[in-house]
Write a protein that binds this ligand. Sequence first.
Ligand code: NAD
Length: 487
Amino acid sequence: MFIGGEWVVAVDGATREILNPANNQVIATVADGNEKDADRAIRAARQAFDEGPWPSMPAAERAKLLLKLADKIDAAGGGLAALETRNNGKPLREAKFDVADAANCFRYYAGLITKPLGQNYEVPDPAISAMVVREPIGVCGQIIPWNYPLLMAAWKLAPGLAAGNCCILKPAETTPLTAIKLFELIADAGFPTGAAQLLLGPGPTAGNALAASPLVDKVAFTGGTATGRKVMTAAAGNIKKVSLELGGKSPNIVFADADRDLALEYAMFGIFAGQGEVCSAGSRLLIERSIADQFLPRLAAACDKIVVGDGMNEKTEMGPLITRDHMRKVLGYIDAGKQEGAEVLCGGRRLSGPGLDAGNFVAPTVFVKTKPAMKIVQEEIFGPVLAVQLFDTEQDAIRLANDTVYGLAGGVFTRDTAKGLRVLKKLRAGITWLNTYHPTFNEAPWGGYKQSGIGRELGTFGLEAYMETKQININLAPTKLGWFANV
Ligand code: NAD
């Protein structure tokens, strides 16, 4: 763990073995902290914020350090990507993309923090000069999941640090390795002591302590909706600022007039990129009924050909699930789908054979003949499982698409741009695509409607989320107020 500018072991000396999901072999042993370590990290961040140079350092100086860090991430690129793949399982080509995106996230906020902030305005009293300034919130606890370990760390640290906060990052228990490497680069870049800490340990202890501590001013959480609810509850104690990026069950809508080759590829990319362990995964495919008979056999044939295996193999198109437990959970959903009467179009099972038995591999799975109330249609599976739903009209598609407690993302495929835009505007979701699925940018706000979260990360919105807003009123013509007769 990296706390107060030093590498430390857990207070209680506990450690945790980190596994490669492609074969469940131990690849590292890391410190495993708890509330005591959280307390140490919080105090270090508190001291750095209250007394250290970081919050008041000129933005240009903070930006310089963020740019230095970005260059270091790029320089470590190949090694970081391989480490991500070995720890998370995702194919190497995806990990390489994440590393480049993480570096660019630091660059983006290095640029943004030096741009105009705040407001200047006239008020009805000519004696008063008024302005709004933006200030860092303070100590920020940042809790992230295992599906994009490095990228989520960047999404949290880059705006948090750019704004002048002192941060405590807590990666998921299972995937700390690229975060550890990132903090080596942070230490190397020369950030002031206490600007950023790395806290390792379980969510219910170390994570909860960040959410609950009265010394923490903001908690930024990315993870499951049920955990988000706990974080929000714990954060209520001192009314800390809360931002939540939670789960999804996002619709991908294919109209009959769509470019079907394009729609087919993106339907697959939408759900099988990252093994389906992606919050914005297009896990529900809504197809206009008139093309289903033609579209679905092609989808089944293409899914059966997806190359599943160890992400380190260049040919691999889909990797293993993060843990044995998670694989069991996903297989449990597949069983539930079968029991509830949906039909397996392809996949629907664990994959076995040479190179697969020791890992957590599940076949790309598509369910048809689903009903809206089924578990596989309503619940976030977070695995390579696609539920197909059929619709007849545009209104039908919108109604089905929004029939979920989530509201993270959604896609539409049609050659009719006006129709596409009409439907996107009706989606109760924060991230939408027309004739594509998944591309997202550091420049654009990321976050969900409904139970997919609170607030936005990335873009200018992501910086806002790490700043307080202060009005300053300066009396340029001080005269006696005359309010009280006897003063
Ligand atoms: P999770 O909720 O189990 O864990 C996320 C993080 O929270 C981990 O670091 C964990 O240690 C910590 N945690 C667990 N219990 C906690 C508690 N009581 N208090 C504080 N922290 C606690 O989620 P996961 O299984 O790691 O990730 C999968 C989930 O993350 C999915 O639901 C996915 O949709 C979501 N996710 C959302 C986004 C987004 O941007 N909306 C991005 C990635 C993942």
